[in-house]
Design a protein around this ligand. Structure first.
Ligand code: CA
Ligand code: CA
Length: 310
């Protein structure tokens, strides 16, 4: 049997065994370390930074994205559309009332308020008119106003009429013509606009294409007025006449020199312009004092309805 030569001083093989034993011990230690490491890694997962970190990033992502969406959405949709919608509708309603120069309405303390109706703009719908006074302390200022159904309301200030006053009487027609274009046959307003020595003066008012009231002039710079009065030897009046599809006003005058015979003058009132009335053809006649036909020469009436006088 051969034995391995051994170098002098070499350690006996028996001394190597503890190395293997140490290796086994090391393996056990490593295994124990591995358990320990495993235990350590488990404890890291539960309580360490690994668990906290992901949850904090989730929170960061949620909290940072939510405010961005809530702040950006309402800003563009609410501001832009509201500005043009509120500005546009307020402009047109303020423009039309400026069409008529005077829109004064009766105050709560208005006096002698009188209302009549007529179709001032010829649209087939009845409109209103009103006359009234406003006391000034030393007298009164007087007004005539038309109010179109669903349209303009406008006023003419007649001022202080002294001992006179203003009073709307009725709807008349200074130029009715059967078959005239629709809307051109318009009623005119007859009203007392002042006084004279033994009665009152009448004015005639109309509504223009702009819906505003005007007072007819005489074509020569003054208003066209019809005196109505009755005195001992002179009378004047007005009545409505028509025929053959027409209608107009007639101014009446009568005078007497002897108190038994009266000379009469029937003058047709012609519309000579949009806002003008003038005397037209005159028919003269003779009536005996006491004749019933004389009564109309001192009063204002239309188609059998006397307004005042005679
Ligand atoms: Ca009308
Ligand atoms: Ca007319």
């Amino acid at each position: 049997m051969s034995t391995s030569p051994q170098r002098p001083g070499a350690r006996p093989s028996a001394t190597r065994r503890p190395i293997a034993a140490r290796t086994s011990l090391a393996a056990v230690s490593l295994a124990a370390f591995g358990l320990l490491a495993g235990a350590c890694s488990d404890s890291k997962t539960i309580t360490g930074a690994d668990t906290v970190a992901p949850s904090s990033t989730v929170i960061d992502t949620i909290t940072s994205t939510v405010p961005e969406t809530t702040t950006t959405v309402p800003a563009p949709t609410t501001v832009a559309p509201t500005v043009p919608e509120t500005v546009a509708p307020t402009v047109p309603p303020t423009a039309p009332p400026a069409a008529c120069a005077d829109t004064t309405a009766p105050s709560e303390s208005a006096i002698a308020v009188t209302a009549v109706s007529g179709d001032w703009n010829g649209d087939g719908a009845a409109d209103d008119a009103v006359s009234w006074g406003e006391e000034t302390g030393s007298g009164a200022n007087w007004f005539v106003r038309t109010e179109l159904a669903g349209g303009e309301s406008s006023t003419i200030a007649l001022g202080d009429l002294g001992v006179g006053f203003a009073q709307a009487l009725d709807a008349v027609d200074v130029d009715f013509s059967l078959g005239a274009p629709q809307g051109t046959n318009r009623d005119e307003l007859l009203a007392i606009v002042g006084s004279n020595a033994a009665g009152h003066n009448l004015g005639v008012f109309g509504v223009g294409a702009d819906g505003c009231v005007f007072q007819f002039d005489d074509g020569a710079g003054a208003f066209y007025e019809i005196p109505v009065h009755a005195a001992v030897s002179v009378m004047s009046g007005m009545w409505c006449d028509g025929g053959a599809g027409s209608q107009f006003l007639v101014r009446l005058e009568a005078e007497t020199a002897d108190g038994t015979t009266w000379t009469t003058h029937d003058t047709k009132i012609e519309r000579t312009g949009d806002t003008s009335l003038e005397d037209g053809i005159t028919i003269d006649g003779v009536l005996a004092d006491g004749d019933a036909a004389l009564l109309r020469y001192g009063r204002a009436e239309c188609f059998g309805e006397p307004y005042f006088g005679g």
